[in-house]
Design a binder for this molecule. Structure first.
Ligand code: ATP
Length: 140
């Protein structure tokens, strides 16, 4: 059986995760509260739905319980990101990856049991710095 993913928040970050997983042939449930964003992914993801994931009933109705790995890519609305993560945890999702907006957000996400917290700008900055250093070493 194919692995099942859900991506909540289809901004640049969540959208590219959704695109790449779909391209690799995985089943992806794409979720955003904005209709325009969801429409962009109708022909890319296996399912694309308009939903506000801070509503517990909505999450239940989406059948998110059956999904093995959920990626929460809600950026600016930290409250919505935290609330969504808590409810996913309560629903028993096995693997939850969340994008953090800042250090405080990251700390809260770790406390409430997110399995993997990413901080894309900071992580990418660190990786690039190391790449620059190793390229410089190779240059000598
Ligand atoms: P990026 O940098 O990845 O473009 P961002 O960090 O600016 O994104 P936002 O644009 O704040 O992040 O959020 C990403 C997406 O999450 C948006 O498309 C937004 O509509 C969606 N979103 C925000 N709150 C919710 C929610 N409660 N339920 C579902 N989707 C949501």
């Amino acid at each position: 059986m194919k692995r099942e993913f859900a991506v909540i928040g289809l901004g640049r970050f969540g959208g590219s995760i959704c695109m790449e997983l779909s391209r690799e042939g995985f089943n992806v449930l794409a979720i955003d509260m904005e209709e325009d964003k969801v429409n962009e992914f109708r022909n890319i993801a296996s399912h694309a739905v308009i939903a506000d994931t801070t509503d517990e009933q909505v999450l239940k109705e989406l059948g998110i319980r059956n999904i093995e790995h959920v990626i929460v890519a809600i950026g600016e609305n930290i409250q919505a990101s935290i609330l969504t993560t808590i409810m996913l945890k309560e629903l028993g999702i096995k693997k939850i990856t969340v994008k953090a907006q800042n250090d405080y957000h990251e700390k809260v996400l770790n406390k409430i049991g997110a399995d993997h917290v990413v901080h894309p700008e900071r992580d990418m900055g660190k990786r690039l710095a190391h790449k620059i250093i190793s390229n410089n070493i190779l240059d000598y």
